[in-house]
Design a protein around this ligand. Structure first.
Ligand code: PHE
Length: 320
């Protein structure tokens, strides 16, 4: 019996796992366990023998408990060792995203226009004939429709060729006086280094009782000077658009060159009439330019298509 007891104590001490310990526990304290049998027999034994068994019983229980704690700790430590995360480890630096140069330019232009008291207006990129052409004093037979290589949709709608369509929507909805700008994508069938089939236009429209051509010139000069961060010199040439009279074209001095940048003029009375505004009471200016081309100039780029290719390597190499 004694040998048995010593044996079991050694076995407990040497148990390698909780499962093994459980088996030993059942062998000792289970239904048919050795200690269970001894305890059942107690009545027939002397006081001394009972004392010995009681001592052995409590010693075994303590041993089991201690071993269990030890094995549980070991299991926990093993788990911690494999699941350990070193939060102090260095990581590869993450690339930090920045706003696309076009988005930056767009935001800058919008902020400047808003600071001049113009309100942002929007319109759909798939436009109907009325807003893109007819209301802009460009009826179907009008040769000026050929100036813009239009993408036509099967249902007679067009991909907006000019943000001037938004002028019409704004005047129809708001009436006069009105002072708005619009920035949006426009579409024409042309594609080379300085033209993409989709390009960004920005439109300004200011209609009130005493708006004049000099308001137009002042607005445009201030807008461009703020955008480029330096005084911009402009030159005005007579031009033609069906929806303005007189019509002009602005050139901007860039280095030692003059660049054509912007169509503009005083809004044609027919356009005002088409939007239920009385041309004898109201007058004003409109202008429209390719704002992505302005961004090209600002960032000194020569291929407009790079702006729209979405190539991250290009963005990085260009320092954006
Ligand atoms: N919509 C004209 C264009 O796309 C530009 C323009 C806008 C001209 C407003 C006059 C007034 O070329």
């Amino acid at each position: 019996m004694c040998i048995n007891g010593v044996n079991m104590k050694n076995k407990i001490k040497n148990a390698k796992s909780l499962e093994e310990l459980q088996v030993l526990y059942a062998e000792t304290f289970g239904k048919n366990g050795t200690m269970t049998a001894k305890l059942k027999n107690m009545a027939t034994l002397s006081n001394e023998e009972r004392a010995t068994i009681n001592a052995e019983n409590s010693e075994l229980r303590t041993l089991f408990k201690d071993k269990q704690t030890e094995l549980e700790m070991a299991a926990l430590n093993a788990k911690l060792a494999t699941e350990y995360i070193d939060v102090t480890l260095d990581k590869e630096p993450k690339n930090r995203g920045t706003l696309h140069p076009l988005t930056q330019s767009l935001k800058e232009l919008a902020a400047i226009m808003e600071s001049f008291g113009f309100t942002l207006w929007t319109g759909p990129e798939i436009e109907d004939d009325w807003h893109n052409f007819t209301a802009l004093n460009t009826p179907e037979y009008h040769p000026a429709r050929d100036m813009q290589d239009t993408f036509f949709l099967e249902n007679g709608n067009v991909m907006r060729t000019q943000t001037s369509a938004i002028q019409i929507r704004a005047m129809e909805q708001h009436g006069a006086p009105i002072k708005i700008f619009a920035i949006g994508s426009t579409y024409r069938k042309e594609l080379d280094a300085t033209h993409s089939a989709m390009f960004g236009q920005m439109e300004g429209l200011y209609i009130d009782k005493n708006v004049t051509m000099s308001d137009l010139i002042g607005t445009l000069r201030a807008l461009l000077s703020k955008f480029f961060g330096k005084e911009i010199e402009l030159r005005i040439r007579p031009s033609y658009f069906p929806f303005t009279e007189p019509s002009v074209e602005f050139d901007m001095k860039w280095g030692d060159k003059w660049l054509e940048i912007c169509g503009a003029g005083m809004v044609h009375p027919n356009v005002l009439k088409n939007c239920n505004i009385n041309p004898d009471e109201y007058q004003g200016f409109a202008f429209g330019f390719g704002w992505d081309r302005m961004a090209m100039l600002k960032y000194d780029l020569n291929d407009i298509r790079a702006f729209y290719d979405g190539d991250v390597r290009w963005l990085k190499n260009s320092g954006f």
